[in-house]
Ligand binder design. Sequence first.
Ligand SMILES: *Cc1c(COP(=O)(O)O)cnc(C)c1O
Ligand SMILES: [Zn+2]
Length: 417
Amino acid sequence: MEATLSLIEGLRCRECGRKYPAEALHVCEFCFGPLEVVYDYEQIASRISRESISMGPTTIWRYKELLPVDDESPVDLGAGFTPLIRAERLGNELGLSDLWIKDDTRNPTGSFKDRVVSVALTKARQLGFKVAACASTGNLANSVAAHAARAGLESYVFIPSNLEQAKIVTTAVYGGHLVAVNGNYDDVNRLCAELASEELTWAFVNLNVRPYYAEGSKTLAFEVAEQLGWIAPDHVVVPIASGSQLTKIQKGFSELAKVGLLDGDPNVRISGAQAKGCAPVANAFASGADHIRPVKPDTIAKSLAIGNPADGEYALEAVRSSGGAIESVTDDEIIEGIKLLASTEGVFAETAGGVTIACLAKLAASNVIKSDEKVVAFVTGHGLKTVEALAPTSGPTITIEATLEAFEKAIANEKRG
Ligand SMILES: *Cc1c(COP(=O)(O)O)cnc(C)c1O
Ligand SMILES: [Zn+2]
């Protein structure tokens, strides 16, 4: 057997470039910049091919050489390799001739977070942690609780107490500790940051193992490229909470080019999507600012409600340098977006997906997205998680007594309008 040489060189500060070992570290000791995983791309290129990938599992682990773990047995519920849907009917509505939807509602716990958590807990287990913890706006909570259960790790999940009922139930069912905090996500996150400096034996997926966690989002780019026949799209539309997913999608395309797997140009135009009720990154984009001014979130898109986004400035830079834009939409537009996607493509997204689709519509209308660009919109969470948001405007179109006569009368009325 081939001797396993690590494909990971270590961690590096994104600001000053200082190097660190691949341990549970996330902030640079010198400049407080965030740390990022560094790989040996030459080694990876010699180990990976389109063919080897095609023979791998139909999960994110088909790209394991480009993920920050050497472990043979990942913590795996089957995240990833979700459908890339050719969205002809939605495209017709929006005037886009080559539109695709990456349907990440189809993950084990119904959101893209399963990608990042599968990677984070695999790494956490390898580093010897026995407890998985996180601060969450909901989807991360679902995913950490589920993956911890699978891995036999204890879990501590912290959420804002006003979260959607569905997200509370679908976290609690996995049996870990679920701590509801009276406050918003930024309060919860601050509490977790304080805890993380005391509970040194806990792996906080979005704190001390964040560099590994974040890498999981690259698999969105890997899959899209593979599903398009090993090319990158022209333009992608990505929802922004902390901004991590957006920056890692860009990194994913560029890595595929580095290891020789991509045909053509890896420089995808990247546009971001936020809710107006929590739009710190969209605001900075609109005003031309380089820094993000934190906001207090007030939106139905709770999974995107991070008022002080950790990777906001990197996301801003990724969008600007790629030639994209960042849009924001109202709660009503979010609901419209959910309904438009469901009624044209049969895909039921949560509020974050409504944000993506409504922003996609605006970007198309303002010609930021050109009508013939190959566009991929990332729909990142399942609609059953946020049914409350739709309940007031979604119900039976007709209610009748159980007779043929009643039905025919109601239908005739409906046709008359
Ligand atoms: C967390 C989340 C995002 C965005 O994640 P970031 O990497 O923090 O920007 C997008 N969509 C859904 C459904 C999420 O739960
Ligand atoms: Zn530094």
